[in-house]
Design a protein around this ligand. Structure first.
Ligand code: GDP
Ligand code: IMO
Ligand code: MG
Length: 431
């Protein structure tokens, strides 16, 4: 029986992690974000009402639940407070009181955003297609050991010196490398003064609380952001995000021992999407791809950018299953495949004159992959909102079985619509 479950994205993000975390959260005593920042956009639909979360864990709609932001997250206080205010305005109770932030988390400050955007502009056609939220520069500060961390906000003696040193460094880059306007030290300090008092009560020894909850036998849910193919090490580098978004990052990013994590639920979209630049072997440029984008409403929840769409890539999934140790898969957006005459699954690639059954590492290698497909019959019936496996058309079940066979991991949950209730449970992760 699993006490603690890690939910991760198995593809290039936007698999439907938020929906499933919200659905599973009811069974737990806390939901923890462990990496990424407000580059994430996690959509929850409850009773037809939509909520998009960026930084706040997707358990927040359960009104008694505490939500944790671990040390591995990069936190923009402005984005955080904005999100709290949006939720509060929408009637969610006591958001601020239920949100606990690790003191060692790295802050995203205005110079990170300025540099992220200036760099992308300078890269022109070579751009990564970042969300422009300052994620990469903030993680750079962390590993360069010059980050301003949450705890630093409350050390009046050292804060100004740390911010000033970074402002000087960033202004050299902004002005001289990117011909962009400098940031103002005074304005940044004024902003910090503006939000400090609201952040302070949320600062909390997250690692200790999670340790103690676990010791008491309480269940915890760890919520990944982005997806394994965007992982800084194992993704399509350099077209990746700046954190490890695979399951292993949950321990380090939340500050819990790895043996606490006993079930990895891989969220897997029934087809593939990607937003931003970078290679995507099964991408479709025809009406079939346009149909998936339209039926799946594939527009970024953070930036509104159209998502690129393609066939299900089992060879990429195989990589993801190995890296994350996926215990069970949750297949989402099955309903988007309704009405397709035939469906293709990529089972491997032609790569440098030979066949391979697994996605190679890095953008250069992935760009050389030509997918090898097998074709399955589609189904005409609607699966939208189905709540039982038996209600699915035979060919939909056949598609799911084939995914299991080729990927080598079992399907535990199937999602048939955006709403919490539009879910088929085969094997409960906490059971
Ligand atoms: P996340 O980043 O992994 O949490 O995913 P996003 O929220 O960015 O994108 C998933 C989108 O698909 C959201 O608009 C969800 O409301 C929607 N969604 C999730 N599951 C399903 C499903 O099974 N069917 C349909 N049609 N939409 C879904
Ligand atoms: P969720 O959690 C999809 C992509 C960006 C870009 C690359 C780097 O909603 O699944 P960054 O701003 O992180 O430096 O951008 O990563 N990206 C995502 N794509 N879903 C996400 O999050 C993403 N977060 C970042 O589009 O290609
Ligand atoms: Mg998303």
């Amino acid at each position: 029986m699993a006490q603690n479950v890690v939910v991760i994205g198995s593809q290039w993000g936007d698999e439907g992690k938020g929906k499933i975390v919200d659905w599973l959260a009811e069974q737990t005593s806390g939901v923890v974000r462990f990496q990424g920042g407000h580059n994430a956009g996690h959509t929850l639909v409850v009773g037809g009402r939509k909520t998009i979360l960026r930084l706040i864990p997707s358990g927040i709609l359960h009104e008694k639940l505490d939500c944790y932001i671990g040390s591995g997250v990069v936190v923009s206080p402005e984005a955080l407070l904005g999100e709290i205010d949006e939720l509060t305005a929408a009637g969610v109770k006591n958001v601020e009181g239920r949100l606990k932030i690790a003191p060692t988390a790295t802050l995203i400050l205005p110079y990170h955003i300025a540099l992220d955007q200036a760099r992308e502009a300078s890269r022109g056609a070579q751009k990564i297609g970042t969300t422009g939220r300052g994620i990469g520069p903030a993680y750079e500060d962390k590993v360069a050991r010059r980050a301003v961390r949450v705890v630093d906000l409350f050390d009046a003696g050292s804060l100004a010196g740390k911010v000033r040193a970074n402002v000087e460094l960033y202004n050299v880059q902004l002005q001289h490398l990117h011909n962009a306007p400098p940031v103002s030290f005074d304005e940044i300090m004024a902003k910090i003064e503006g939000f400090k008092a609201r952040v302070l009560p949320m600062v909390h020894d997250v690692a200790r609380t999670l340790y103690e909850k676990n010791a008491r036998g309480e269940r915890l849910l760890f919520e990944g952001a982005q997806g394994t193919l965007l992982d800084i090490d194992y993704g399509t580098y350099p077209f990746v995000t700046s954190s490890n978004c695979s399951a292993g990052a949950a321990a380090a990013g939340a500050g819990v021992p790895p043996h606490m994590l006993d079930y990895v639920l891989g969220i897997v979209k029934a087809y593939t999407t990607r937003v931003g630049s970078g290679p995507f072997p099964t991408e479709l440029f025809d009406d079939v791809g346009a149909g998936l984008a339209e039926r799946g409403n594939e527009f970024g929840s953070v930036t509104g950018r159209p998502r690129r769409c393609g066939w299900f890539d089992a060879a990429a999934l195989k990589r993801s299953i190995q890296i994350n140790g996926i215990t069970g898969m949750c297949i989402t957006k099955l309903d988007v495949m309704d009405g397709m005459k035939e469906i293709k699954i990529c089972t491997g690639y032609e790569f440098e004159g030979r066949h391979t059954d697994i996605l190679p590492f890095g953008a250069d290698a992935v760009a050389k992959c030509t997918p090898v497909y097998e074709t399955l019959p589609g189904w005409a019936e609607s699966t939208f909102g189905a709540q039982s496996y038996d209600a699915l058309p035979e060919n939909a079940r056949r598609y799911l079985k084939r995914i299991e066979e080729v990927c080598g991991a079992p399907v535990a949950i199937i999602s048939t619509g955006p709403d919490r209730e539009q879910t088929i449970l085969l094997q409960h992760p906490f059971a």
